[in-house]
Design a protein around this ligand. Structure first.
Ligand SMILES: [Zn+2]
Length: 218
């Protein structure tokens, strides 16, 4: 894993930057698809995190949550409105009804796991502050550190095209976003914080200028 800001690490993964997992202080953020558990456990083996926090409950973020939390004996946390889907493992309620979301769920989702605590706007975790950013899922959250304005955004904006692998900022596909207008409002709200570094669920981190100017086009 590599340090991308003070006390913030991006875990390795192939293809690079496709399904990002972060270590924020001593808290893991997201867990990739259900195939990611082994690499996560290998990378955090020497200094196990104290918790796993999900930006949201989609399959490519909750996939390895059960295996990682069970193996490491750590609690799982997520936004309130995603809780029941994350616990049951039936995440269809977090997606628009469409065959492609059913396919991605089948391919990538992992089993449900009890959520020990929900994260609410303003909560502090891993040295960051929780920000509600609903739209891409009902309980989507992001993490912001006021002292250096680093933002772990999740999937409010993508940093690459997941089909072609091409880098570049874009909105998440409407097919995977239950409320695109609410999601755009969430993007505007976090852009107003003028984050110094924006870390995505998909894609490489970018600076203020690239992110804010993209959001202005929405
Ligand atoms: Zn995602």
């Amino acid at each position: 894993m590599r340090e991308i800001a003070a006390d913030l690490y991006l875990l390795g993964g192939k293809p690079r930057n496709f399904f990002n997992i972060y270590l924020m202080g001593d808290v893991l953020v997201d867990s990739g698809t259900r195939y990611a558990a082994r690499r996560i456990l290998r990378e955090v083996g020497k200094a196990p995190p104290s918790a796993l926090a999900l930006t949201h409950g989609h399959a490519d973020h909750q996939g390895s949550a059960h295996e990682v939390c069970t193996t490491l004996g750590i609690p799982l946390l997520c936004g309130a409105a995603d809780r029941s889907a994350v616990e049951s493992g039936d995440i269809r309620s977090l997606l628009p009804p469409h065959w492609s979301s059913a396919v991605s769920t089948k391919l990538w989702a992992g089993p449900g796991h009890p959520v020990e605590q929900v994260l609410r706007d303003g909560d502090e975790i891993g040295g960051f502050r929780v920000i509600d950013t609903p739209g891409h899922s009902p309980g989507h959250i992001s993490f912001f550190r006021d002292e250096d304005r680093v933002l772990i955004l999740g999937d409010v904006v993508f940093g690459l095209n997941l089909v072609t692998g091409r880098p570049g900022l874009r909105l998440p596909p409407d097919l995977f976003t239950p409320d695109p207008e609410m999601n755009r409002n969430s993007a505007r709200a976090v852009a107003a914080l003028e984050p110094s570094l924006v870390c995505f669920g998909h894609g490489r981190p970018v600076g203020t200028e690239e992110f804010v100017s993209f959001v202005e086009t929405l």
